[in-house]
Unconditional design. Structure first.
Length: 704
């Protein structure tokens, strides 16, 4: 056993103090603000356990995998059994070793239960805590893992919880709760992340905002069933944690087999913006993070739906090139039998009735215009009305000799069956080989997994399905270097750091209504930076809400993400296309800032007006959107504070000259105002009330 005892990891203003001295599992002594240099034994002694008034004679600290055997009456980290025995593990540390500058691996065992445990825990350079665990069956008989979860402590000052919910076309609705005694549990059994799943669960000081109050957050980086929870016991000790949500029997381990958790991420900050920035910095530092300029996308879905006509699509491509788009994506409807959403899924062959010469004429036209070509797939799904389903009904993810309830007229293809997996890999690989100019896949996933079992074995199949989709994505990318893949799942129903290890962006929502998108993007960006979230300019009248909105509002909303267009612009007027071209040009000018800077959201007491923006990492420039969501109660908004700038730097604030109709202007908008970052954060500038569903851009440049 190594001599590692107390560890103090420090990064980006965060301290993580771990007690690895044993004899049991590691304990987090402190996770939060940077403590600087300190006497670690004294910190442990001062933060130690007080004598209990009632209950156990000793209340030991709660480990990162809490143990029922130690007297923790909350949710144990490991739940499982060996045919009813060995239901309560009592792990003893066997070794601990540093695996990096701010990383440790702890090994432990329970010889009586016949289990070994490995915990990897680290503090990333951006200040995120990252942890995972692996349990191995060292016994002679089978052991069933019902759950393996990681928990991080939060102090008694964290009295309020923040999470999210939603639905199709209405993802990322925030909600708050008091953090009282008991458990607040967010389980997702949808077989994918879920439109109603919480991307993050935060515990914080009462009334915390984007820029105020200490917060501690958790994210489960897994694209299948998962759990995220917060719990506080009668001792006052609180935790937030998460892990995979295993269906009965999915964690059954034969002798020598192991189960490992997904990565669990924790983020601390003063306000949600600081905690969010840690995720953004972590993602941008990954080797697989897209580093080239994110191409402006033209997607055909809301332009033509299933009505695929070569000449019409060529006209849309011509219009896309005219306005400055850089990528053309042909959506659903190109493969055998796919005239609507009731048939064809699984038959991944170009439909010769619609495309007698294949996709070659369209791809040649698109690439000749200088645009990249992308193609829509939904590989994990199958329509019962398809040759694939008729030939291989046993390949459908189902159980109990029954078909699950249909959703969008489709079922799920069981990727745990090797032949089904091989079929998909061969079909997608062959199409990419036949059409080597396909640079991008829009990878959809339009239904939840219900009654999801393997018909051949009778066992549940969500865990294996999730592993196999990761594997399939990786194999395609390995065979086709440079291929980019978007994770789309009924819009934003598969958004998590698990899928983003294998894809290059997510589709934020099927809802292109700019008003709805303001909220969806605001809260999706708590986890993901703008360049990873697809945001499109839809048609003048939204297909998802029926609202009619000005192009300026739609374009400014899409500006703060991976910008795209989803609109039949070949039928738009010359004036509309000219204005859209101006917005595309502006986005390209701002793209280097928008896709590298810090996301900043102003805290305001009312929700009819939002101010949000991006500030360059060095503080030299910022762009903010002043967004009027609804009619103001007052005739004017008053002064609007602008946070996130360097306090002692002097800035010039102007209203950006943008395409489209200009709205009311304050005096300073006609002649720029110059103030330092402190004054802009404490006093701000006057913003005139606008009509609802309008926005303006503020250009802020350092004079130093």
């Amino acid at each position: 056993m190594s001599n590692i005892d107390l560890l103090h990891f420090r990064a980006a203003g965060v301290s993580l103090v771990l007690d690895c001295g044993g004899p049991t599992l590691p304990v987090v002594v402190h996770w939060g603000a940077d403590l600087g240099e300190l006497d670690l034994p004294e910190l442990r002694r001062g933060a130690g356990i007080a004598p209990p008034g009632t209950g156990l004679d000793v209340n030991p600290p709660v480990a990162v995998i809490p143990q029922y055997s130690s007297g923790w009456f909350g949710l144990p980290g490991l739940t499982g059994h060996r045919d009813g025995r060995d239901f309560s593990a009592a792990f003893v540390r066997t070794s601990a070793a540093l695996t990096g500058e701010n990383a440790v691996r702890v090994e432990a065992a329970d010889e009586t239960a016949g289990l070994t445990l490995t915990i990897d825990l680290e503090l990333t350079p951006s200040g995120l805590v990252r942890a995972k665990a692996r349990v191995t069956n060292a016994g002679a008989s089978a052991y069933t893992v019902d759950g393996l979860r990681i928990a991080l402590p939060v102090p008694t000052e964290a009295t309020e919880l923040f999470d999210m919910t939603g639905r199709w076309a209405g993802e990322r609705a925030p909600q708050r709760h008091a953090f009282t005694h008991g458990a607040h549990v967010r389980d997702s059994r949808r077989g994918r992340t879920g439109a109603d799943a919480t991307l993050l669960l935060y515990a914080g000081e009462r009334g915390f905002g984007f820029n105020s109050g200490e917060v501690w957050g958790i994210h489960t980086a897994w694209s299948g069933n998962h759990t995220t929870y917060a719990e506080r016991g009668q001792t006052g000790f609180g935790v937030i944690g998460g892990g995979e949500l295993l269906l009965p029997g999915e964690g059954r381990l034969e002798a020598g087999e192991s189960y490992k958790t997904p990565w669990i991420f924790g983020s601390y900050g003063i306000g949600l913006d600081q905690a969010s920035a840690r995720f953004h910095e972590y993602l941008r530092a990954r080797p697989n993070h897209p580093h080239s300029d994110r191409p402006v996308v033209l997607n055909t879905w809301e332009a033509v739906y299933f009505d695929h006509d070569l000449e019409r699509l060529k006209a849309i491509a011509d219009a896309a090139a005219e306005v400055g788009a850089e990528r053309f994506v042909l959506d659903d409807g190109w493969f055998n039998g796919r005239r609507d959403d009731t048939a064809g899924l699984g038959d991944w062959y170009v439909d010769a009735d619609v495309w007698p010469d294949g996709l070659h004429p369209l791809i040649a036209h698109v690439t000749k215009l200088g645009l990249q070509f992308g193609l829509w797939f939904e590989p994990e799904m199958v329509n019962p009305d398809s040759e694939l389903a008729r030939n291989h009904p046993d390949w459908i993810l189902a159980t109990g000799n029954r078909m699950p309830p249909a959703a969008r007229h489709q079922q799920v293809l069981n990727l745990g069956i090797p032949e089904a997996y091989d079929y998909l890999l061969e079909r997608l690989n062959s199409l990419l080989a036949e059409y080597p100019d396909i640079a991008y896949l829009k990878w959809d996933h339009n239904r939840d997994l219900v009654d999801a079992g393997n018909q051949l074995t009778g066992r549940p199949g969500v865990h294996v399905q999730t592993q196999q989709i990761y594997r399939l994505l990786d194999e395609l990318r390995e065979r086709h270097p440079g291929l980019e893949i978007e994770s789309c799942s009924s819009g934003g129903a598969r958004v998590d750091l698990g899928i983003l290890e294998h894809t290059d962006r997510v589709w934020g929502s099927d809802n292109n209504d700019a008003l709805e998108r303001q909220r969806i993007q605001r809260y999706t960006q708590l986890l993901l930076p703008p360049e990873l979230i697809g945001c499109h300019v839809g048609p003048p009248t939204s297909h998802s809400s029926g609202r009619t909105q000005a192009l300026a509002f739609r374009a400014i909303t899409a500006m703060f993400g991976h910008f795209g267009i989803e609109w039949d612009i070949s039928a738009a007027s010359a004036e509309e296309r000219a204005e859209l071209a101006g917005w595309v040009k502006l986005h390209k000018e701002l793209r280097p800032l928008l896709h590298t800077g810090r996301v900043v959201r102003a805290d305001r007491g009312q929700d009819e007006f939002w101010l949000h923006g991006v500030v360059a990492q060095d503080g030299s420039r910022a762009v903010f959107a002043a967004v009027q969501l609804a009619q103001s109660i007052t005739s004017d908004l008053g002064r609007v504070r602008i946070p996130g700038l360097v306090p002692d730097r002097r800035y010039r604030v102007t209203r950006m000259d943008t395409p489209g109709k200009q709205l009311r202007a304050a005096d300073w908008m006609r002649e720029a105002v110059e103030l330092n970052g402190t004054a802009l954060a404490a006093v701000g500038v006057q913003i005139p009330a606008q009509w609802p569903e309008n926005a303006i851009l503020l250009d802020i440049r350092s004079l130093d």
